[in-house]
Design a protein around this ligand. Sequence first.
Ligand code: AMP
Ligand code: TRP
Length: 332
Amino acid sequence: MKRILSGIKPTGELTLGNYIGAIKRFVELQQSMPEDEFYLFIADLHAITVPQDTTELRRRTRDIAAMYIAAGLDPERTVLFIQSEVKEHAELGYLLQCYTHMGELERMTQYKDKIKKGESNLTSALFTYPALMAADILIYDADYVPVGDDQKQHVELTRDIATRFNNRYRDFFRVPEPIIPKVGARIMDLQDPSKKMSKSDDNSKGYIALLDDLQVIKKKIKSAVTDSLGIVQYDPDNQPGIANLLSIYSVLSEKSIDDIVLDYASKGYADFKNDLAELVAEKIGELQKKYNEVIQSGTLDSILDKGKETASRVAYRKVEKCKQIIGLGRKR
Ligand code: AMP
Ligand code: TRP
């Protein structure tokens, strides 16, 4: 039996990009691996490495948990929990900082990008964030970590930290493997298809929030930027807008891009966008309905309580053992 683990940060509204690139993928992975164990947590400790609004942070933390269940995550087969509710994450995060080199952290792209942007008052936790992420993974002896491309470097650093610790003391941490989606799992901005669809975007027409009004969603699809060629075909270099819409269509309809292109061979962009608008509204409508059921059912708290309990039990044992191996405290 393998253990699959991932985390998602509760920053910003959830978008169609998050759904296609992370949530739906995780649920499908769970369905395709019926024998395996799934750990999924809301990385609220990671979120506060940059300033967060108190009320929004709490709301989003719940929202994400509810959205995963709405998307089909099986709560019976998932240890679903909130990172900050399992104290050992912060504890192991500190311990692993003692086995992480400054140079390694300085090489992290995400950190370098922030520095390049010239943002002021960056926190020290933002710098040490990868050591906490390593702790999140190593504390549960995860075998596989499904993440987006941008997180691959952090999983690789996790492997290095685990290997360093194992070489210094003994074989203690399982060295995890990242699972990176195949190309195309990158949904682009509807108004500017050269950049990733993101909730932090200033132009709300560029992204679809999962809790957007369905009529607004349809409008956003219909007003997505395309080109003047007028042929529905998959050519990301010359027709990035249409290519992005085709990717969305393909994932949501579970049809291949080639089949969709054939369907629209003699039709124009207006027909294509109208049908896609209906499809996206239908799928997100179903998701919202389930999301509301989850919120109203009042089961979310018991799922998160159970997750916290299971995760805490596993994490406590691992961290106690880790401290003992290092020589901390009195226990041998
Ligand atoms: P973020 O919202 O950037 O913290 O990302 C949360 C998860 O959603 C990560 O696994 C990302 O790879 C994924 N994700 C975010 N935006 C997109 C997008 N536009 N297309 C595909 N996946 C995305
Ligand atoms: N850093 C990840 C992100 O920004 C979230 C995350 C935190 C994570 N801890 C993790 C993902 C452990 C996978 C495994 O998206």
